[in-house]
Design a protein around this ligand. Structure first.
Ligand code: F0G
Length: 446
């Protein structure tokens, strides 16, 4: 068991209904525009919003700060080597910084980059560097009722077809995102990781793992894949990454910290290039935008993240939220993945057509009903794709209690009970870059 005793508590207040309605109106029906103090249970993201352990706080207090060669960097480097098996490490300010550094070194104009599914910042960085990001999730990935154990997997057959079509020389890298955030946080099997290794060798491409949630993925491999039940999650976590040529990491997820990230590579020449690019965009190659104390806390967090005690509590809590929602009759993507429960807004609000953003309507109702903040990951966030209309309820790590989960389930149930009353939305104003519209567009009820 993990007891969440950081020795601190902060009061939270549930605003009265009238007040919530006013704030939602002022926010232009976009919950990114709400102040966090207006939110009662904040499930917007699991990124950088978790609670650090006493051991992490102790490391943070003792950490040294130096521009070059700090003890804190040494501690981080040794934790990454031990937990993830990479000795060549370039620190960055967060995951997307790592993406910029690595993909800027690997990708050129005209390249095509396959991924099980690109997360939005990954897609943007691949495109920014002239590449065409292509998603190849396995068949059934968007079936919310499939019992398939590893729906996060990459469809390697489709990648081979792509290579035959465009030529392997145009594919500089193959990326696997574990777990697959854009496919409801579903895990990737060790078998699929091994297959991707072979595929990358065949194509002479760099095999990159986006390792943000590598520890959570290891939990599922241990639980579901033949031959892993007797292995520790720490061993499995390391084995997964042993197949990769490079990793990009957001420490804000399975690093159990509030800021930070890094790139890990094996090839010495690529290491030199990533270091040079990092100096330009992130900071000198022994801090990369992090304070020494951030690195010291992440060194401890990485070791905690791969333990069975932590992972059992973590995934157990996400499942418990899923189970509560299911019992209340709220349609969700099952089995539940690693970091979040994904609600099927298309089913919950089936009378709202996709053009009127059923997911965003549900997000607004969850706030109006119970000051719960989730995020839409459907036609509002991803224009011009045919993704299912999902709302993600992501759980911050080591932060909420059972009572919070009960509140979320009751809130969602109340919305589903009066679903007929819920109206769709239309966009009133949006930024020039449509791909980023869900962060700042404003909407109104139709
Ligand atoms: N890769 C994946 C799979 C992610 O989920 C994220 C972030 C990143 C890269 C970028 O990392 O935020 O540290 O720059 N995901 C967050 C989310 C933002 O809410 O899912 P970052």
């Amino acid at each position: 068991m993990f007891s969440y005793t950081s020795g601190m508590a902060s009061p939270t207040e549930l605003l009265p209904q009238k007040e919530r309605e006013r704030r939602l109106e002022e926010a232009g029906h976009n919950v990114f525009n709400l102040a966090s103090e207006d939110v009662f249970v904040d499930l917007l993201t699991d990124s950088g919003t978790g609670t650090m352990s006493d051991a992490q706080w102790a490391a943070l207090m003792e950490a040294d700060e130096a521009y070059a060669g700090s003890e804190s960097f040494k501690a981080l480097k040794s934790a990454i080597s031990e937990v993830m098996g990479f000795d060549r490490v370039v620190p960055t300010h967060q995951g997307r910084g790592a993406e910029n550094v690595l993909y800027g070194c690997l990708i050129e104009d005209g390249d095509v980059v396959p991924n099980n599914t690109h997360f939005d910042t990954t897609r943007a960085h691949v495109a920014e560097n002239g590449g065409d990001p292509v998603d190849f999730p396995v068949e059934g990935a968007d079936d919310p009722d499939s019992e398939e154990a590893f729906r996060g997997n990459l469809d390697s057959k489709k990648v081979r077809e792509l290579a035959a079509d465009v030529g392997a020389e145009r594919i500089p890298a193959v990326i696997l995102t574990i777990t697959n955030n854009s496919v409801a946080g579903q895990p990737v099997s060790m078998g699929n990781i091994e297959e991707t290794r072979e595929l990358a060798d065949e194509l002479d491409a760099t095999f990159v793992i986006d390792a943000c949630r590598f520890a959570e993925n290891a939990f599922f491999v241990r639980e579901r894949e033949d031959g892993y039940a007797d292995r520790s999650t720490a061993e499995i976590a390391r084995e997964q990454l042993s197949h990769a040529d490079a990793i990009v990491m957001s420490g804000k997820k399975d690093g159990l910290v509030n800021a930070g990230g890094f790139v890990g590579v094996r090839d010495p020449e690529l290491f030199e290039r990533t270091k040079q690019r990092a100096i330009l965009y992130e900071g000198f190659s022994t801090y990369g935008g992090m304070a020494g104390r951030d690195m010291a806390a992440m060194a401890v967090g990485l070791r905690e993240a791969v333990t069975e005690e932590y992972l059992g509590a973590r995934i157990g809590q996400v499942r418990s939220l899923g189970e509560r929602l299911r019992q209340e009759g709220v349609p969700i993507y099952t089995p539940v993945g690693g970091h979040a429960v994904y609600v099927e807004a298309g089913r919950a609000l089936s009378h709202i057509p996709d053009e009127e953003f059923p997911g965003q309507a549900l997000v607004c109702e969850l706030y109006r009903e119970g000051a719960v903040r989730g995020v839409e990951l459907g036609s509002f966030a991803f224009p011009d794709t045919d993704r299912p209309e999902l709302v993600r309820l992501a759980l911050p790590r080591r932060t909420y209690h059972d009572e919070h989960l009960a509140h979320v389930a009751e809130t969602a149930a109340a919305v589903v009970d009066r679903s007929e009353e819920v109206r769709g939305l239309e966009i009133v104003s949006e930024p020039e870059n449509e791909a980023l519209r869900h962060f700042s567009a404003e909407l109104r009820p139709v």
